[in-house]
Each structure stands twice: as C-alpha cells, then as structure tokens.
Design a protein around this ligand. Structure first.
Ligand code: TYC
Length: 112
C-alpha cells in the first residue's frame, strides 16, 4: 500500500528490528551522603560546643565559634556531609563525648 510505504519511509526500515540505543555515558554509582546536624539546647556551654566542632569536625576556632553561634541562634545547623559510616561514627563520638561530660548536646544525621 502506498500509505505503508510513506510510514516506513518516515522512521522504520520495515524489517521489524527493535533498535537498541547504545549507552556511551558511564553510570558511576555514588554512595548516598548524610548530613550531620547539631542541635541547640539551653544547658551545654558554648565553649564545649566550640571544642566539639574543632575536635571532631576539624574546624578552626573561628569556624567553630561561628557555627556554634548559628546553632545557638537558629536551633540547628549542618556540621558536615559524609558517607553513612563516617556520619554514624561522628554522631556516636559526639554523643559519647557529650554524655561523658554530662551535657545534653544532641547530634544526629539525616540522608541528604
Ligand atoms: N544555647 C547554649 C547556651 O546558651 C549554647 C549551645 C550552642 C548549645 C550550640 C548547643 O549546639 C549547641 N549555653
């Protein structure tokens, strides 16, 4: 039929093959990342929080002081972004350190 001829001419070669697009872009798998968050409270001394940020998150005193003030004013802040295992370890270390010093400081993680 003439109509079939024009349809084939449009997009198909008429042999009923199924085309498979060749994927050239490599699919690199990235592991999910987790935000480590620190929460404000009314009792933990400011200097203790600054010390925690220096000790466990590698911040300078100035960076730590600034982030501590952000948490103090806003209630919460992201301290860093890590793989699941590293984030879990940081949270555990901070929580243990706070407990040993009898401060109610809270540190949690959430998927980015
Ligand atoms: N709000 C606390 C105070 O006034 C200081 C503080 C800051 C506590 C940050 C926790 O994550 C925190 N002593």
């Amino acid at each position: 039929m003439l109509a079939d001829f024009y349809m084939m001419a449009d997009k198909e070669d008429g042999d009923n093959d199924v085309g498979v697009k060749l994927e050239t872009r490599p699919k690199t798998q990235r592991p999910p990342l987790y935000k480590v968050l620190i929460l404000n409270d009314d009792y933990t001394p400011m200097e203790f929080v600054v010390h925690v940020l220096e000790r466990f998150f590698g911040m300078t005193h100035a960076q730590a002081f600034e982030l501590m003030l952000t948490v103090h004013k806003k209630g919460i802040a992201v301290v860093g972004v890590f793989s699941h295992e590293i984030a879990e370890t940081k949270v555990a270390l901070v929580m243990d350190f706070a407990q040993r010093h009898q401060h109610p400081l809270q540190c949690t993680m959430e998927k980015e």
